[in-house]
Ligand binder design. Structure first.
Ligand SMILES: Nc1ncnc2c1ncn2[C@@H]1O[C@H](COP(=O)(O)OP(=O)(O)OP(=O)(O)O)[C@@H](O)[C@H]1O
Length: 341
């Protein structure tokens, strides 16, 4: 659906200075119907990259195709036409403050001269979709952040886009509202098959709704793949940082001091569960059979999109050989096992 090849963007500098290379030879392939996340720290180039996907930002070099059409080759009118197939939502919603919920959503339809009765039918359908029936005549100032973003989403869907670009769409929202907006995006993706591209600096957003993820750092894609794979085996230091922040692992050295003597050793392990094994008592079964005692130091059970996912940090105490065998046995039962200390 979106094919980006060797895309670079240099912002011009003052006078004879070189300017800033915000995107550096980006290659990205986004499939139709998937939810694709781009994560990076502030200044990494996320917004610039997202905005090239509807040419709000024109790249300095490279190619960008959406649904097989090369955007950089289009004239103004053709580009306008293509843009109507690419919806966008924003961190600060960008609503018209002097227009009601109804009029904000109707605006993009009126721009392309849609007949009044069709505008009415479409706006009513969208208001129902985003659950704002009770607020149709209110102005943005009378709405909560989550409600404003629902208006933003409805407006972005008005012209039946194939792609929805989300620019930090939940960053201004509290955790509960974030979750409800992410659920709405997921529903829209499933119901209409719209390809969603989102940028964020929060790993939990990626974990909650994305199929695949790219990590951007210094204008380059440093890692990309299925969310599950990247989450379980992050290869780049920046990705590892994001996951650490998400899991609040902190400093492990204090946990290592539990190590004791007299033939009993301690080991700190990180264990990931993925899929149905998350709900099975594998840990208890394997470790008690091996005569190993364990203490849970930290743990979370959540979901990675639709897949159950758990992570535990445990300290195992037992004979050296038993510890070694247990690590292998846990891996054989389908758990991802990593020795931390
Ligand atoms: N219009 C501009 N002119 C000059 N430099 C710019 C412009 N817009 C962005 N930049 C610079 O390009 C780099 C990438 O910016 P961008 O906004 O894409 O990053 P980001 O990852 O979205 O950051 P944030 O999360 O803080 O929004 C930054 O160094 C930024 O200062």
């Amino acid at each position: 659906m979106i094919e980006i090849r060797q895309l670079s963007k240099r912002y011009p500098g003052k006078g004879k200075t070189e300017g800033l290379l915000a995107l550096d030879r980006i290659d990205l392939h986004i499939e139709a119907g998937e939810i694709y996340g781009i994560i990076g720290h502030s200044g990494a180039g996320k917004s610039t990259l997202l905005r090239t996907m509807n040419l709000l930002e024109r790249p300095t070099e490279g190619s960008i195709q959406v649904a097989g059409i090369e955007l950089t080759q289009l004239n103004k009118k053709e580009l306008q036409q293509q843009r109507s197939k690419i919806g966008m939502i924003f961190q600060h919603f960008n609503l018209l403050s002097s227009a009601t919920v109804y009029d904000n959503i109707a605006f993009p339809l009126q721009l392309v001269n849609t007949p009044k009765h069709k505008v009415d039918a479409k706006v009513n359908e969208l208001i129902r979709l985003v659950g704002l029936e009770a607020h149709r005549d209110k102005y943005p100032a009378q709405l909560s952040g989550g409600q404003k973003q629902r208006v933003g989403i409805a407006r972005a869907l008005a012209n039946d886009p194939k792609v929805l670009l989300c620019d930090e769409a939940t960053s201004a929202l509290d955790p509960q509202t974030t979750q409800s907006i992410l659920s709405l995006l997921l529903q829209i993706n499933k119901q209409f098959g719209i390809t969603i591209v989102l940028i964020t600096h929060e790993m939990h957003v990626i974990q909650t709704i994305c199929d695949r993820v790219a990590v951007i750092h210094g204008g380059r894609i440093v890692e990309q793949g299925k969310v599950v794979d990247v989450f379980l085996k992050p290869s780049h230091a920046v990705t590892q940082e994001f996951i650490m922040e998400e899991n609040h692992l902190g400093d492990l050295s204090s946990w290592v001091s539990f190590k004791n003597g007299q033939g009993v050793h301690s080991r700190i392990m990180k264990i990931h569960y993925l899929g149905e094994v998350t709900y099975e008592p594998i840990l208890h079964r394997v470790l008690s059979a091996a005569g190993i005692e364990f203490a849970i130091l930290q743990g979370t059970i959540s979901r990675m999109k639709d897949v159950p996912y758990g992570q535990l940090i445990i300290r195992m105490d037992g004979k050296e050989e038993a510890l070694r065998h247990a690590a292998v046995a846990l891996a054989e039962q389908g758990l991802e096992v990593e020795v931390l200390a």
